[in-house]
Each structure stands twice: as C-alpha cells, then as structure tokens.
Design a binder for this molecule. Sequence first.
Ligand code: SF4
Length: 425
Amino acid sequence: MFIQEQIANARRRIKNIEENPRPEYMKCNKLLYEIELEEWLELEENWKAGKPFAMLSGAGRLTRPLGFEACNLSGWGDRVRDPQKYRNMAVSKFGFPDHTCDRTMPPVALYLNGEVPIPRLISCMHSPCGPEGMWAPMSIAKYMGIPFFELLRLEKGKDKGDKSVRFVAEQLAELIEFAEATVPGIKYDEDKLIESLAMDQQAAPYLRDLYELRKKVPCPVSSQDAARLGLRPGGDCNPKGMQYLKLYHEEAHERAAKGIGGVKEEKLRIAWTSTFNYGRGTMDLLTKKGVSLVWFNNGTGPQRYCAGDRDPYETERDYGRKLTPLEEIATYHNYNTWGHGADEWIDPLIKICRDLKVDALVDFQQVGCIVTRGFNKITADRVTKELGIPVLALEGREHFMTEGEKTIMYQRLEEFLDLCIANKN
Ligand code: SF4
C-alpha cells in the first residue's frame, strides 16, 4: 500500500545515504529524508487514530490552523510506484479522461482506491491548472460524497492588488465557517496561521541568500536541489524544516567557499522549465555531462527566491497597509506566476537567466499540460532574442513513457547538451 511504500522508501534512502554517501549531494539530505520519514509515520498513526484529514486545495495554509491533518494531491500522486495501475483505474473504472497530464490521474485513483486517508473536507480554487487545481479535487469530492467548498479568484489581469486579496480573504473566512459547521470538532486557531507566516519570514533571507549563491561558478547547489522548490520540508509549521534550511544554507556556503559544485567539473549551466519527467534519468545525465541545473522555473520559484517589484515577504510595502493573516495567505495567488501572461512568466525567467549566467534553457513540454502549452513558442523566441542562448523544446511525460520514448527523449537532451558545451568552449 502507498503509505507503507513511502515509509520503506524514506528508510531505504536514509540507509543508502549512510552506506553510500555521494559527494555531489548535500549531507543535509539525510535530515530531509528523516523529516519525510517522520511525516509518513505520523500520517499513518493519525489515520489509524481516526484524526480528521482535509484536502484544502487553494487554501492549504488553513489545514493545520483548522485542526485538520493534510491530504496531498499531486505531491502524493507523483510518488506512486506503479502510476500506470492508478491511471488505468481512473480512466477505465471511473471514466476520467485519458489525455490530461500525468500528474492528475494517478492521485485521483489513489484516493478512490482507499490507499490514503479520506478527507473530511475538500476545497478547490479556480486556477490556470484546471486538472490539478480544480477537476481532481472536485472529482474526488463528488465520487466520494465529501463536503466541498469552491474558492474563486478575480479574473486574471483585472486586479492583482488590494481588491483581489480582500476578495479571496473573504472566501477563506467563509471556508473557515463552513469547516467549523460541517466537520465535528473543527475549530480555527489563528495563532497557528500567524506562527506559520512568521516561519516564512524567518526562511526568506536564507532563500534569498541561496539565490545569490547560485550565481557562483561552479554552482554549489546540485541540480536535484535546484529542482526542489521550497527547501522547507515537513509542512509550514515544522521547526525541523527550518533546521534543514539553515543546515542547507550553511553547507552551501561551505561548498561555495571551497569551490565545490553540484557537478564535478561544471561545463554548462542550464535553466529548466516548467515540469519534469520522473526517475533519476535526467539528473544522472546532467551529472554525467557536467551540467549544472541552476534554476528550475516554476510559478512559485521567483517569489520565493528573488522577487523584485512584488515581494510576498514585503506585503505591507506592496499593498500599502498591514494585511490580516487571511489576506496574507490570499496574496500567494497574486505572487504565483504559474499560468500568468508572458510578462509575469517570461520576464522573471529572463532576469534570472542573466543573474545566474545560464548558458541554455530546456523547456520541458509535458504532454497534456494545458497551462504551459501556450507559452512555449513565446518563451523560446524571447529567450533566444533577448539572451542569445539556445532553447530546447523537449517533449516528455512525467510517468508514462515507453522505453523507446525515453531513449529518444534522453538522446535529444544529450545531443543538445553536447552541442551547447561544444559551442561554449
Ligand atoms: S503539468 Fe500542467 S496541467 Fe498538469 S498539473 Fe502541472 S500545470 Fe497542471
């Protein structure tokens, strides 16, 4: 079963690090997997104890303050060992569409198959990613008869300021009322939300400094670590997540001072957008070729690491007043550039590529991703024109690739990297 598999995975990883440490990876990875292991064990225990779980898509920060345990959607789906089994189940047994992205179908079946705790409440928010942000949580709620709350946003581009933050915060307050009225024993504790927001503020200078560190040649951050976005494992309020971030930061500085990079000899620096295929294949290829992936461009990357004009840690400056805790979490959607127009998606990418001395961009085109499909040509045109660097449009899937498809994908990637390295020399 899924949770037992995750527990076994985390244990295997910890043992592997202890027995075969790899110099290109950070030593603090051990703590990362220990935190993960603790989380899975706690989840299993809470499930057995009958604690209430919730899937608050679009309002995840309210999970703990409301007294729920968290159910994850795609994050868990990404980890299933046999995605094909779950996809088949979702498509054949429950009639879900076959053509959505790989991230969406496995987690739906994971819930419908009863392998993870059944949420007592589900919410979703209108978002550019319909499959993950709306359809999947809505479907689970509908199929399983779970109370459901829908959050709306103002139409994109109309207003990203005060009006939109108030609009979302009012609905979050309604969601709290709904949860308290619907699930017995649920009571909102705002202090917990304030505590988690304070932890964000504590984490911000470390993330900003890590961004500065990535400018170093060789880049002290490994490709795998650059692809991890948040660097605060264990949830918003877990002090161990902060401990990990501080250790990570310290170690990255030590590596930078000694000139140690994420790869043995850095021959090329690339940025990667917008999703990945899973498994070790890509990372192993980058390591073999001496390629540092210094930036993974994702909707929440710029806001965490290097926000410019609009900064989620400076909301008082941006909104001209002190926001309430609910308004603070409502701002997330205004700073997240995922699925926004080219100005918000490509402008930061161009600035970041310049900052981090990126030599080439890999634009990963996930089959079935309705959000990023429209950007591809505009991204390639602008990056090539404004930065003069090559762009590879690499089609692939996260899970469902045949061995033949994988071979072709890696071949294309390898040829591109070889060409870029040859041109750089
Ligand atoms: S790959 Fe695209 S469609 Fe799929 S979850 Fe991510 S953003 Fe949504």
